[in-house]
Write a protein that binds this ligand. Structure first.
Ligand code: PXP
Length: 239
């Protein structure tokens, strides 16, 4: 069975909305692990819009499963990763204006930059994964960098509007899994996966780890809201 890495970025997004201390992504990570998460994933963005260095450092000390740091190839972030030593670093493209990671890393176009980051991280004993679209040219380029894993970007599959489009995207994912496996790369997958669309991807087999964030945190808000309101009503009632 594939592992589940829970991405806790959006717990930090809610915290940053008020600039205070809650909800704390460190607590969220502990709860996710208690519920069976196989790993905790977080993205330290260059603009620090959600996860802060404080979170990363604390999570390194508290996470008992595996820590997967999503990051740009920027030397400043590579330096931080080398100091913190997560089990895995997933290199992603990063644009300041984007709401979330929009596409896979263009490994072919940025080969030199990617190879430099892969080498530095691996020299520091960290496994490296490259977040790429399910495109054979990118999978081959990822292999050339010496990376250990690819993470297949499932965004196009998740956003498919018709059954035909969905099947086409699923076929691309399947082909990318086969190619990467043949090349000796480990395969992870993520982005846009939710409680409806993950099953078909998981059924393909060959994926070691799924990284899921937005849909889990969204569901947590809704399934937790009933209890949270009841708790507040009780407090007022018995004051
Ligand atoms: N994998 C990667 C590389 C990502 O950048 C993200 C988003 O931070 C995810 C997985 C999780 O995506 P989502 O929040 O849509 O589940």
């Amino acid at each position: 069975m594939a592992r589940l890495g829970v991405n806790i970025d959006h717990v930090a997004t809610i915290r940053q909305a008020r600039g205070g201390r809650e909800p704390d992504p460190v607590t969220a990570a502990a709860i996710a692990e208690l519920a069976g998460a196989d790993g905790i994933t977080l993205h330290l963005r260059e603009d620090r819009r959600h996860i802060q260095e404080r979170d990363l450092k604390l999570l390194r000390r508290t996470v008992q499963s595996r820590l997967n740091l999503e990051m740009a190839t920027a030397p400043e972030i590579v330096q931080i990763a080398l100091a913190v030593k997560p089990e895995m670093c997933t290199l992603v493209p990063e644009k300041r204006q984007e709401l979330t990671t929009e596409g896979g890393l263009d490994v072919r176009l940025n080969m030199e930059q990617v190879v430099e980051a892969v080498d530095r991280l691996q020299d520091g004993g960290i496994a490296v994964s490259l977040f790429v679209d399910p495109d054979p040219a990118q999978v081959k380029a990822a292999h050339k960098t010496g990376a250990d894993y690819i993470e297949i970007h499932t965004g196009a599959y998740a956003e498919a509007e018709t059954a035909e489009e969905e099947n086409r995207e699923l076929a691309k994912i399947e082909a990318a899994i086969k190619l990467a496996t043949k090349l000796g790369l480990g395969v992870n997958a993520g982005h846009g996966l939710n409680y409806r669309n993950i099953k078909k991807v998981a059924a393909l087999g060959g994926i070691e780890e799924f990284n899921v964030g937005h849909s889990i945190i969204s569901r947590a808000v809704l399934v937790g809201l009933d209890r949270a309101v009841r708790d507040m009503v009780e407090l007022i009632k018995y004051a």
